[in-house]
Design a protein around this ligand. Structure first.
Ligand SMILES: C=C(O[C@@H]1C=C(C(=O)O)C=C[C@H]1O)C(=O)O
Length: 384
């Protein structure tokens, strides 16, 4: 048997050859890029790559090695593409992203909508984002808010997108796929749910509790402990407070923000009843125009992958890793049509003017089956 250091010496010699060949190959990839720049061709050629992987895997009989060859060359071709995207960008062949940089969001005399009625958490988020004096207008549903933006009737809409204990607001992710709107900002607010009843009502009287399904979910432990309380879903927490006031029944209560007690003249029967005391909801601010703040530091996008391709998500993720981009979130939602396809939503740190971001987006655009930048905006954490 050979000595370990002797075997390693042989491995080192082979590795040096691999590196030298890799360098030569990347040189050829650069030549290919020059050809593509001159002829305005796409970098990614899937048919050529599939063909190569098949041929190269065919050169080794062993199944394990076949798999290894495929993985190795997938990586090699992936870096070859990244080099080419970089060269295309340097040659000024950057596809316009369709976004315009602005210095500040203009909210003066603008129409802003939130879903619900007076007192809704979305109204609170809106006032924290645009200022206390911002009146805003209530619309009945999140879809109404999206419609109003897309049709240009209003300038901004404020929509909840995720809660720290109940998770994503799936319906709004789906609406983001459906409507061509742009995320221009985000606002996180602390959510403290209170149990509100008509004047003089006691906790023991309550047999029906109205609220938004998300709020009912966030107070699940409390409601489980009060088995008499039947949960009834309404479109909005403030709407629940309004209903309790209008019905005027002692057995009814609403789960809503404590400030609704003042707005709807109700008693606070209990406070901070959510399971998670650090309960927060993130709202997005959407607009029609594709603008981004010069100071924006967070990009949101969504994309779909070509069908049935093993490792496709891994390959797409490599664009972020390779360009040194920090992902802050990934979500998936079933694509419309129910055929087990998925739409991925990604948030990452960056600004659309940065080279690393431009390079990664170029790769994503070429290598996904659908791709849309949802927005580039100032993240809440940085602002505060
Ligand atoms: C080098 C090329 O560009 C890309 C990279 C490839 C590679 O490294 O082998 C193959 C196909 C393209 O996706 C090419 O088009 O030949």
């Amino acid at each position: 048997m050979k000595d370990l250091s002797e075997i390693r010496c042989d491995i080192d010699a082979i590795d040096r050859q691999i590196v030298s060949l890799y360098e030569q190959r990347m040189g050829l990839a650069a030549e290919v890029a020059e050809y593509k720049i001159a002829n305005h061709k796409n970098v990614y050629d899937k048919a050529r790559e599939d063909d190569k992987l098949k041929t190269l895997a065919g050169l080794v009989p062993d199944e394990f090695l076949k798999q290894g060859v495929v993985e190795l060359f997938e990586q090699i071709m992936s870096t070859s593409r990244k080099k080419q995207y970089q060269m295309l960008a340097e040659a000024g062949q950057i596809e316009p992203l369709g976004f315009r940089a602005i210095d500040a969001l203009d909210a003066k005399d603008k129409r802003i909508v939130y879903q619900g009625v007076e007192g809704a958490y979305a109204q609170m988020a809106m006032q924290q984002f645009f200022g206390k004096e911002c009146p805003g207008e209530a619309v009945a549903t999140w879809r109404d808010a999206m419609e109003a933006i897309q049709s240009g009737c209003v300038d901004y809409a404020v929509l909840p997108i995720e809660n720290s204990s109940a998770g994503i607001v799936a319906e709004n992710y789906d609406l983001l796929m459906e409507y061509d709107v742009t995320i221009v900002g985000e606002q996180i607010i602390k959510i403290d749910h209170a149990l509100l009843g008509v004047k003089g009502a006691k906790i023991e009287d309550i047999t029906v509790v109205y609220s938004h399904p998300q709020a009912l979910m966030q107070c699940a432990d409390y409601l489980d402990d009060h088995a008499k309380m039947e949960r009834k879903a309404l479109k909005n927490t403030a709407l629940a407070a309004q209903k309790v006031k209008e019905d005027g029944l002692k057995n009814q209560a609403a789960i809503a923000g404590i400030h609704n007690a003042g707005i709807y003249d109700l008693d606070v029967l209990d406070q901070a009843i959510q399971d998670n005391k650090e309960n927060e909801t993130r709202f997005i601010i959407v607009a029609k125009d594709k603008t981004y703040l010069q100071s924006a530091d967070k990009v949101s996008l969504c994309f779909a992958l070509p069908d049935d391709e093993a490792g496709a998500l891994y390959r797409i993720m490599s664009h972020f890793i390779f360009n040194g981009i920090n992902l802050t979130r990934i979500e998936s939602r079933p694509s419309k049509g129910g055929s087990w396809g998925y739409q991925f939503f990604i948030d990452f740190e960056g600004n659309l003017r940065q080279e690393a971001v431009v390079n990664a987006l170029r790769g994503l655009k070429e290598e996904t089956s659908s791709f849309r930048i949802l927005g580039n905006y100032q993240s809440f954490a940085k602002e505060n």
